[in-house]
Design a protein around this ligand. Structure first.
Ligand code: FAD
Length: 463
């Protein structure tokens, strides 16, 4: 067999399972169709780490709580920014209040701790910028925010350093059952293996039955507000009221706010803004960094191990708290796989991410000291986010390094500032071309057909 385990898909779940399995004496490979791992992790710069309070589905709620409890340790071990921020679920009318009390009772019966009911006075004291008509609220101390792709990349880097082979730009076309194990057919190779973990959303590989999930999705509208918007909240805030619409606001790791409007209606940008303003106060356009739409995923996530005797496990479904539950899913799936293979824990497993510097978070003394070692840390490339050339070069050269502009942005934070890369993207692209010994016209944003420079119009030495 080429491998003991093949993991299909390099999203956050694939990388997290690769990390857990890399603790064992197994020969593992991960196959990802894109240039980079974690490419599909939502491109907003924070994810909420939920605690199971809001979740209707009991199983998903348990996974959220388990993930929440594991997250603090993982983030500190991996050097990933994770901030505990409280959350407020607010009832705005009688119907909302009834839902709120049900939610509170349900949470207590599920064993969720550190939550309490507040009256409107306590809520306004906590969030003086709130424009809503608060009747009551639940406050939770458990929730937090994390940088989701940093977490996914950290999982991947440590797995890579502990021997997992990452096969990027390779698309799985089929999985075939053999008398022993499987043959996984990609656009480049055919691999044999004892076990397959499929984390891709592809529904019809040869060995699978029909798709079981209901894929009706409503869309959420998202606004990313600048950090100097005066109405930002400290807590993650969610509304409950008579209507089916819900507004969620959550602080980002960089100090801004993401506002999500979940609605079943098809509404315009200006109507979305009106609904959000009725909750947060007037929002002038200058404070809006991005407006976008994304489906709201609320499937019950299934770890389908019905074919485990044959060696096949599939993760099915998409859920809005998939980042939160990832540490829990990774541990459960790892245990399932390990129990079916003859393996032991490795003695030489290194549970540490290679060091890197974030110039913007360093003191002046620390900055001086690294600039002495490498002058490129003294050259600022992205002025908005204070990202240096040294960090960009490191993001390309480190294990599983960036190969695309998007990969550099996600690893360093470059071009995530107010100017959205207007001043630095050309420099970032030039550094990537230089480090990879490629022409600028070969550099892509993220996928194969996303070149950023189509062709030269004049032959200068530099652009
Ligand atoms: C707008 C938005 C906001 C979110 N906010 C939160 C939040 O606040 N909190 C939270 O906990 N979660 C949040 N999530 C959820 C979370 O970000 C995603 O659900 C999660 O990143 C999905 O990870 P995954 O590994 O399961 O799937 P994916 O990232 O989809 O991974 C699957 C991988 O498989 C690869 N692949 C597909 N087909 C093939 C093939 N044939 N061959 C090889 N590779 C293949 C894909 O390229 C991909 O990399 C949010 C999601 C969205 C969209």
């Amino acid at each position: 067999m080429d491998y003991d385990v093949l993991i299909l898909g390099g999203g956050i779940i694939g990388c997290a399972v690769a990390y857990e399995l890399s603790k064992y004496s197994l020969n593992i490979a991960l196959i990802e169709k894109d240039y980079d791992i974690a490419d599909d992790v939502a491109l907003i710069n924070s994810a909420v780490v939920y605690d199971g309070l809001e979740c209707e589905d009991t199983l998903m709620s348990k996974l959220e709580l388990m993930g929440n409890e594991l997250m603090e340790d993982i983030a500190s071990k991996f050097n990933v920014t994770f901030k505990k921020r409280g959350s407020l679920i607010i009832a705005e009318d009688k119907k909302g209040e009834a839902k709120l009390i049900n939610m509170y009772d349900r949470a207590i019966s599920r064993g969720i701790k550190n939550i309490r009911l507040l009256d409107s006075k306590e809520v306004y004291e906590m969030e003086p910028n709130l424009n809503a008509n608060v009747k009551r609220a639940i406050h939770s101390e458990n929730t937090g925010i994390i940088c989701p792709y940093d977490l996914a990349i950290a999982y991947g880097e440590i797995a890579f350093d502990n021997g997992v082979k990452f096969k990027l730009e390779e698309e799985v076309l089929d999985i075939q059952k053999m008398s022993r194990g499987f043959r996984v057919v990609t656009n480049k190779n055919k691999f044999t293996c004892n076990m397959v973990l499929n984390t891709t959303p592809v529904e019809y590989y040869g060995i699978e039955s029909e798709n079981k999930l209901n894929k009706d999705r409503c869309c959420s509208k998202y606004l990313l507000l600048e950090k100097d918007f005066r109405g930002n909240f400290k807590n993650i805030v969610v509304t409950l009221n008579e209507s089916e619409d819900k507004i969620y606001t959550f602080p980002t790791v960089q100090g801004g706010t993401i506002v999500a409007l979940k609605t079943n209606e098809t509404i315009s940008y200006s109507d979305s803004l009106k609904k959000i303003s009725s909750f947060m106060g007037k929002i002038n356009d200058e404070y809006i960094n991005i407006f976008y739409e994304s489906p709201f995923y609320n499937d019950t996530l299934i770890i389908d191990d019905s074919l485990i005797d044959n060696g096949y496990v599939k993760i099915e479904g998409k859920h809005y708290s998939q980042v939160t539950i990832t540490p829990a899913i990774a541990k459960i799936v790892c245990e399932t796989i390990v129990n079916n293979l003859n393996c032991v824990l490795k003695k030489d497993f290194v549970d540490k991410r290679r060091e890197f510097y974030r110039f913007r978070d360093l003191s002046n003394e620390e900055r001086e000291s690294i600039i002495k070692q490498d002058k490129r840390y003294g050259k600022i490339v992205c002025v908005c986010q204070k990202v240096t050339e040294g960090e960009i070069v490191d993001s390309i050269r480190r294990p599983l390094g960036a190969r695309t502009i998007e990969g550099i942005k996600r690893r360093t934070g470059a071009a995530f500032g107010t100017c959205k890369g207007a001043q630095c993207l050309n420099k970032v692209a030039s550094i990537l071309a230089r480090e990879m010994d490629k022409r600028l016209t070969d550099i892509v944003k993220d996928s194969k057909n996303s070149k950023i420079v189509i062709s030269r119009i004049k032959e200068f030495d530099e652009m």
